[in-house]
Design a protein around this ligand. Structure first.
Ligand code: 3HC
Ligand code: NAI
Length: 702
């Protein structure tokens, strides 16, 4: 007998304690252990009822995701749950922590469920591209009704215990906060049930409440936008339909099984499971062990209260960390604080936070015009204008006042972090924290390691990132860091394709249909075409004769004042306030005239060519980033693209997609094909890509 499930008893109550840290995932040994334990106690005349509980920090948090895709072993989870449900003794599931997925499904097989008040239950399989495949789609609607169950499974949200109790998912809340108190309460509950000769309630015997006959059709309409490209939400709807309409529970279970297997073997689910582990892995830094000493962050400072500074400050206030904002002038400071307040008030109006919390958050933010205000901060993040002269002045002043050991971070999106660090006498404390706009919303945080940045600084900033609600990825110093460096490749090809014969709407459609929220031209219109225009004017790229200029059409568009959504016109026209891009014949004319001026004969483009020219160069750049060590692993690049740029998570990110969907050889050969067609060295495959193709390996092996 393995020790994955421990057996004990108290009086006439048998206790099965799951012992599979850290989250008691349902590995084969756990499934076998529960089944054998229930069978043994069910047959033991000395036992009158059984309590099933998790050891450590949680009840079962779900199936063991690492087992998916491997040959099956151990008891089937549906059989385990059937054993619980058919046990001749009353089974009480005692829930604490996060009983999720297969964990909650196991508990739904029990005859009664009790929990701590702090427990959060849920069926989050949808985030792994799956559906609850151990009876969850059949049992939850029987307890909470079809409508509620659909919402819970399609959102995958964690449901607080009191809400779950009000929906009949949990029978009783137990006083206390610890696992020991839960066990005590669960035993008392089981004893009470025995004394009352309570029935063994099998959820499968209940009827599904179907709130309205058109529930499934209206749900499909409701989720059409947010579930675009995903498979699992649609299958969940079919399962709940089966729960409501099938002749028997077993028939519903059969349908659930078929659809579950279909999802499990889909590339969408494989991609989402990859992403689940990638996000957790990306937070770890290879040469910075988990036990590295970390600085304590009790207060923060922000320099610059503009677009980024304000959003960054909100992250700290949201996490309850006092934050001081410094500006050069009173007017800018007032403007910055006003924007922050308006943001909070709008959230409160939409019901996203309580009105009194607006004041609580604002009270954590202290405005200042003096560097003295930053002298006690544990971390200071600079978000001033993007020129080296301004950064130099700011970091020299900061170096003079910041307390020893304070972390000095820059939010630069393109300047050299090493050079910025050189303006201080403590480059080991300097790091890039590259937030994405809007900084209070976007989850991605590219933390940029300079050549002198200390391990302690890295460890502190990686864990601070999580504390302020971000998904951190560590990158190295290079132009554009990881995300923008790869984005540039797509931008270059999109611009060339316009000159060669494609139109913005055609390119955008290919990118949108792939799963991005919008294509490159709609995105440029949203961000403001003038930003890039000003940068290009500064760089005089046109004069560099060895590089093909990318800005001919973009410049022509900007010269007409078409800066994008904010001016009502860009690559598209907009009937403001409606932000739907409408293709514009005037833009087509500009594009055609530009092609003519450049002496290019326009030709037709297939969607496949657009896709290859947009995405393959990004993968190639990703390979260069890996070989230069600017990202730690291919999965780090995937996490950046999913969170910072809307790469559809069901495609895993650029590197996973290249490894597992397209194949590196296909990409390599296509790069060569375009190189030979155009003679442009842009298309030369990265050395790493060449090597991996020759060795038959994947990026994941690097
Ligand atoms: N299987 C395997 N490993 C798991 C796991 C699971 N279900 N859940 C978590 N882990 C691992 C994590 O990878 C991590 O490993 P690491 O330390 O090596 O990086 C470790 O457990 C701790 O996880 P977190 O860092 O995420 O810990 P948190 O405390 O932040 O979060 C949690 C805990 C809320 C339980 C979170 O881990 C989580 O959401 N887990 C996934 C839950 C889930 O999706 N369950 C459904 C699984 S699918 C299923 O059940 C199918 C069924 O219907 C048949
Ligand atoms: P912004 O122009 O909106 O804000 C800059 C703020 O800094 C202004 O309020 C200005 O008054 C203030 N400022 C300028 N010099 C100062 C000084 N010497 N001392 C104190 N305050 C000073 O600019 P934005 O967009 O917020 O950018 C800030 C930084 O963030 C830049 O380095 C930029 O590259 C970077 N960044 C910007 C992103 C974006 O999408 N806007 C995304 C990621 C990074």
């Amino acid at each position: 007998m393995s020790d994955a499930v421990l057996r004990s008893s108290q009086g006439r109550i048998g206790i099965l304690t799951i012992n599979n840290p850290p989250v008691n995932a349902l590995a084969a040994a756990v499934r076998d252990g529960i089944k054998a334990g229930i069978e043994a106690m069910g047959a033991d005349p000395a036992i009158e009822a059984i309590v099933l509980i998790g050891g450590g920090r949680t009840f079962i948090a779900g199936a063991d995701i690492r087992e998916f895709g491997k040959p099956p072993s151990g008891a089937n989870l549906n059989d385990v749950i059937a054993t619980i449900e058919n046990c001749p003794k009353i089974v009480v599931a005692a829930l604490h922590g996060t009983p999720l997925g297969g964990g909650l499904e196991t508990a739904l097989g029990a005859h009664y469920r009790v929990s701590l008040k702090s427990t959060r239950v849920g069926l989050p399989e949808v985030h792994l591209g799956l559906l609850p495949g151990a009876g969850g789609t059949q049992r939850l609607p029987r307890l909470a009704g079809a409508k509620y169950a659909l919402d819970a499974m399609i959102s995958g949200r964690h449901i607080p215990a009191p809400e779950a109790q009000s929906k009949g998912i949990i029978d009783a809340l137990v006083d206390g906060a610890s696992q020991e108190e839960l066990l005590k309460g669960a035993i008392a509950h089981a004893e009470m049930l025995v004394a009352q000769k309570a029935p063994r309630v099998r959820v499968q015997d209940r009827k599904v409440t179907l709130e309205s006959p058109d529930l499934f059709e209206t749900t499909k309409k409701d989720i059409a936008r947010r579930a675009r490209g995903f498979k699992a939400p649609w299958s969940i709807i079919e399962c709940v339909r089966a729960a409501a309409e099938a002749k028997s529970f077993d028939e519903g279970i059969k349908r659930e099984r078929e659809l579950f297997v279909e999802l499990l073997t889909s590339s969408e689910s494989a991609a989402q499971r990859h992403y689940f582990f990638a996000e957790r892995e990306a937070a770890k830094v290879k040469d910075v062990p988990a036990e590295t000493k970390q600085g304590e962050i009790k207060s923060a400072g922000i320099i610059g209260a503009g677009t980024m500074g304000g959003g960054i400050a909100m992250n700290f206030a949201n996490a309850g960390i006092p934050v001081t904002i410094l500006e050069a002038e009173q007017a800018a400071l007032d403007r910055g604080l006003k924007t922050i307040r308006t943001n909070y008030e709008n959230t409160a109006k939409r019901g996203g936070m309580k009105a009194e919390d607006v004041e609580k958050r604002m009270a954590l933010i202290t405005p200042t015009l003096s560097y003295d205000g930053l002298k006690d901060c544990d971390v200071v993040i600079e978000a001033v204008f993007e020129t080296m002269e301004v950064k130099e002045a700011v970091f020299k002043k900061l170096d003079a006042v910041a307390k020893p050991g304070a972390i000095l971070a820059t939010n630069t999106s393109g300047l050299d972090v090493n050079q910025i660090a050189s303006y201080t006498k403590r480059p080991q404390d300097v790091i890039g924290m590259h937030f994405f706009s809007p900084a209070n919303v976007m989850k991605l945080l590219e933390n940029v390691r300079g050549k002198a940045t200390s391990k302690e600084t890295i460890a502190t900033v990686m864990s601070l990132s999580k504390r302020i609600g971000k998904i951190p990825v560590l990158v190295g110093v290079c132009e554009g860091f990881v995300g923008n460096r790869m984005l540039r490749m797509r931008g270059i090809q999109a611009a060339y394709m316009l000159e060669e014969g494609a139109l913005p709407q055609q390119i955008d459609k290919v990118v949108f249909d792939y799963g991005f929220p919008m294509g490159p031209f709609a995105m440029s219109d949203l961000a403001g075409n003038d930003v890039g225009w000003r940068i290009r004017q500064g760089k005089k790229e046109k004069e560099k004769r060895n590089v093909r200029y990318t800005g001919y059409i973009a410049d022509a568009i900007c010269e007409l004042g078409r800066f994008g959504q904010k001016t009502g016109a860009g690559y598209y026209k907009y009937n403001l306030p409606d932000r739907t891009p409408v293709p514009d014949p005037e833009v087509e004319k500009i594009i055609e005239e530009t092609s003519k001026k450049l002496g290019i004969t326009r030709r037709a483009f297939t969607d496949q060519e657009i896709l290859e020219r947009c995405f393959y160069p990004m993968v190639n750049e990703g390979a260069k980033i890996l070989e230069e060590g600017m990202a730690q692993r291919a999965l780090d690049i995937d996490v950046i693209w999913v969170n910072g740029y809307g790469w559809p998570v069901y495609r895993g990110g650029p590197m996973w997609w290249a490894d597992n969907v397209v194949g590196l050889k296909t990409i390599h050969d296509a790069l060569l094909k375009y190189r030979d067609l155009t003679g442009d060295p842009f298309w030369e495959p990265a050395a790493l890509l060449k090597r991996l193709v020759a060795e038959g390996k994947k990026f994941a092996s690097v």
